[in-house]
Design a protein. Structure first.
Length: 131
C-alpha cells in the first residue's frame, strides 16, 4: 500500500489545484460581471448627458429664433418710425409753403385795400370837382 499513498497525494494536489483554478475563474467572472455593470451604468449616464445636451441645444435654438423675431420686429418698428419722420418733414415743408402763400395773400390783400382806398379818394375828388 506504499504505492497508493503518493498517488492519493498527487490526486489530492490535483483536486486542490483544480479547486483553486475554479475559484480564480469564479473571481474573474465576478470581476467581469462588475465591469459590465459599470460599463452599462456609464452608458446610461452618457445617454442621459446626450439627452440633456440635445434639450439644451433645442432650448438655445428656440432662444435664437425668438431673438431673430425680436430683431425683425425692431427693424420693422425702426422702418415705420423712419417713414413717420419723413412724412412729418414733408408735412412741415407743406405747412411752411402754406404759411408763405398766406403771407403773400395778406400782402396782396393789403395792396388791394390800399389801391381801393386810393380809387375811392380819387372818385370822391372827381365828384367834388364836378359839383
Amino acid at each position: 500500500s506504499n504505492q497508493t499513498q503518493p498517488e492519493q497525494q498527487q490526486l489530492q494536489e490535483e483536486q486542490q489545484q483544480l479547486k483553486e483554478d475554479q475559484q480564480k475563474l469564479q473571481e474573474e467572472q465576478d470581476q467581469l460581471k462588475q465591469d459590465q455593470q459599470k460599463l452599462q451604468e456609464d452608458q446610461q449616464k452618457l445617454e442621459e448627458e446626450q439627452q440633456k445636451l440635445q434639450e439644451d441645444q433645442e432650448k438655445l435654438q428656440e432662444e435664437q429664433d425668438k431673438l431673430k423675431e425680436d430683431q425683425q420686429t425692431l427693424q420693422e418698428d425702426q422702418d415705420k418710425l423712419k417713414e413717420d419722420q419723413q412724412q412729418l418733414e414733408a408735412d412741415q415743408q407743406q405747412l411752411e409753403a402754406d404759411q408763405q402763400q398766406l403771407q403773400q395773400d395778406q400782402e396782396q390783400l393789403k395792396q388791394d385795400q390800399e389801391q381801393l382806398k386810393q380809387d375811392q379818394e380819387e372818385l370822391q375828388q372827381q365828384q367834388e370837382g364836378s359839383k
